[in-house]
Ligand binder design. Structure first.
Ligand code: URA
Length: 265
């Protein structure tokens, strides 16, 4: 096999970033890392938390081995959360990506959209949904009178999986406390969950997105004053591959528009 064929073979397998001279078994590292508390455990911990504010995650470098749940829980602002995520080194994806893709849009907006994980364009630029699916997402938002000044966008996983593969369940679990705290701090009126990965992770539901989409669900968390209505819909990348499903996504977006209009009354 020539080196050109070998490179093509790597590219086809999704290995498109050189990150070191020697291979490292990241899965062994995840298996050894202490498991983060579940959301239920976080709830218990938050109930037991002292009333005084915990030290800001941004101000102190994360302790060796501090879990994503402990770090996320200590954050009292988006700036602290962003700094904590940037300083966190417990997720193997962090080592192969270029940037932490935190969010884009207006954190005061009533609508927060959540995708799966950054792709190559997002990783290079540092903002979510800036590639081909981002352009479709912008058109979807425009169709219901929204844009990035009236919506806020983040991902379940803020670090690009190599080769744009799907994040592994263990990676999603490590990132869940961060996106959970992100939602709590933004506290939007409505959530739009883009694709099966976001819907399953945040609603703890196993059904396919084709079954979840189009029906209002509720996102609850102990530090939210009330559950947030959440609309699961198709991911723009899926819609680019399957344009026939745009009709259903359009219906889902109309349901969001209707709910926003009702909030205005
Ligand atoms: N797909 C996602 O889920 N998120 C992005 O930011 C880009 C593509």
């Amino acid at each position: 096999m020539s080196w050109q064929q070998l490179l093509r073979w790597y590219g086809d397998a999704g290995v498109d970033e050189a990150v070191g001279e020697r291979p490292i078994d990241r899965y062994a590292a995840v298996a050894e890392a202490p498991r983060p508390p579940t959301m239920a455990a976080v709830a218990g911990a938050s109930d037991a938390m002292p009333r005084s504010r915990p030290p800001a995650a941004a101000a102190v470098p994360p302790a060796q081995g501090a879990t994503s749940a402990h770090l996320a829980m200590a954050c009292e602002s988006l700036a602290e959360l962003k700094a904590a995520m940037e300083a966190y080194d417990g997720c193997p994806l962090k080592r192969s990506c270029q940037r932490t893709v935190f969010a884009d849009g207006n954190p005061q907006a009533r609508v927060m959209l959540i995708g799966e994980a950054p792709g190559a364009d997002e990783d290079r630029i540092g903002l979510p949904f800036v590639g081909a699916s981002g352009r479709l997402l912008d058109r979807m938002l425009a169709s219901i009178g929204l844009d990035r000044s009236s919506a806020y966008i983040a991902n379940v996983v803020p670090w690009r999986p190599p080769g744009n593969r799907k994040p592994e369940p263990a990676e999603v679990e490590l990132c869940l406390p961060f996106i959970g705290r992100h939602i709590e701090l933004v506290d939007p009126a409505l959530l739009i969950l883009l694709g099966g990965a976001a819907a399953s992770a945040l609603l703890a539901r196993q059904e396919a997105i084709s079954r979840l989409r189009g029906r209002w669900a509720q996102y609850s968390s102990p530090r939210l004053a009330r559950p947030i209505p959440a609309m699961p819909t198709y991911h723009p990348a899926f819609l680019l591959r399957t344009p026939a499903s745009k009709r259903e996504a359009w219906r889902d977006l109309l349901a969001v528009r209707k709910r926003l209009d009702e909030l205005d009354q």
